[in-house]
Design a protein around this ligand. Structure first.
Ligand SMILES: [Zn+2]
Length: 409
């Protein structure tokens, strides 16, 4: 946003000044000395289940923590995001710092956190328990050492980041809620680590394709339009797509379903398809190809059907739509993140991924997604683990970036 107010002109100088600020130093020590408490908070957050479209309880808990730290107006918005403003001397620039509340795990999943030596084990413990814990820890440090800012910070726990949530929380916040059109920069804490700076959004489109027909007996009704055969034709077409290596473009039929038995012409077949590209234009091209391929596959199957039989019906439902794009590497936000990473002795690593930042980036709002320190493994599985050792580096980096973007009073 070229017209948005900004305080940051020289990220290297800004980071240097912040490192020399005694209150920032106190906050750094706070992250070290309060490491066990930060981990306890992470455990409490993660033990509250937050399945897709069922994040309310965790969101309410996070709101409570924000209120406890002095953000009295913390509340859930219409979409279910937990939102709390920490006002600076001015409303703008307004920086969003966020982490996602939802997990990929369905309701009923056991979220009890177990400890094994240094590791914490539980579904969602790192993705995004570690980001949520970071939100609370950053706020606590800002409050404890009276780090008043020039611009303002909006703390947000978002709903619907994973899978079919389709970034609905971030989308609502930035396009429909009361903060729409007011956000100058967006940071998402997602997962562990201290080097990654996701500045590019990996776009994707996802479809559930359903084909329906009359069905019948494999021998007696041979010639009736067969939904599984049509699905096969569609998959074969898609599989032949010449996806470019650069910009990286991928497709996947991730699930197929249909049919009742070996000697039965199925009444229904469906597939879930994931299309991705680093380039919005390539994604558009792949998307158009795929939709045409599915239509033609159904048409071909129908064209050869027995006279008098009903045609197959094709239903294509868009179940995911995530925009692509990039925050330019020379934008103040990316440069600030790089400087902060280096200042702490790490090497910044720019990358591309699909996160809440996709929405901001597609709206032209500078956005990055960064790790919140520590390490993890087995993400999106029941064996997910998180090791909090070294977490403080991630928290320090995040604090430098935040304060660099809004300015310290
Ligand atoms: Zn995540």
């Amino acid at each position: 946003m070229s017209s948005s107010p900004t305080i940051t002109l020289a990220p290297d100088k800004t980071v240097e000044e912040l490192l020399g600020n005694p209150r920032v130093q106190s906050a750094f020590r706070f992250f070290e000395t309060h490491a066990p408490e930060i981990t306890e908070e992470q455990i409490r957050l993660c033990q509250i289940p937050a399945p897709p479209f069922g994040e309310q309880e965790r969101a309410r808990y996070l709101c409570e923590r924000f209120r406890e730290q002095g953000l009295r107006e913390a509340a859930l918005d219409e979409e279910g995001n937990c939102v709390a403003l920490r006002e600076g001397s001015m409303r703008r620039p307004l920086l969003v710092v966020s982490a996602h509340l939802d997990t990929v795990f369905p309701a009923g999943t056991d979220h009890t956190v177990r400890r094994e030596q240094h590791r914490l084990l539980a579904p969602g413990i790192a993705d995004d328990g570690c980001g949520l814990a970071a939100l609370v820890a950053e706020l606590r440090a800002l409050e404890a050492f009276h780090l008043e800012t020039e611009g303002s910070i909006l703390f947000v726990g978002t709903v619907g980041e994973e899978g079919e949530g389709n970034l609905r929380g971030a989308r609502h916040l930035l396009t429909k809620g009361i903060w729409a059109n007011q956000v100058d920069a967006f940071i998402s804490f997602d997962g562990p680590g201290v080097e990654r700076i996701t500045h590019a959004a990996l776009g994707s489109r996802r479809y559930r394709v359903r084909l329906r027909g009359a069905g019948g007996h494999s021998w007696g009704d041979f010639g009736a339009a067969n939904p599984v055969h049509a699905l096969g034709r569609a998959i074969s077409r898609l599989a032949s797509y010449p996806a470019p290596v650069e910009p990286r473009t991928t497709f996947n039929v991730g699930r197929i379903e249909g049919g009742a038995g070996i000697n039965v012409i199925p009444r229904e077949a469906l597939m879930d398809v994931d299309l991705r590209s680093a380039s919005a234009e390539e994604l558009q091209r792949l998307d158009a190809f795929f939709r045409r391929a599915a239509r033609e596959a159904a048409d071909d199957e129908n064209a050869g059907r027995r006279a008098g039989d009903p045609p197959l019906e094709l239903d294509m439902k868009l179940i995911g739509d995530r925009p692509s794009g990039e925050t330019p590497t020379d934008s103040p936000l990316v440069r600030m993140a790089e400087e902060a990473t280096r200042a702490l002795g790490f090497s910044p690593r720019l990358d591309r991924s699909s996160t809440d930042s996709n929405v901001a980036i597609s709206l032209g709002i500078p956005a990055i997604t960064i790790g919140a320190g520590g390490s993890s493994g087995n993400s999106h599985t029941l064996d997910e683990w998180y090791d909090p050792r070294g977490r403080e580096a991630g928290l320090k980096r995040a604090l430098l970036i935040m304060l660099g973007m809004v300015g310290v009073k």
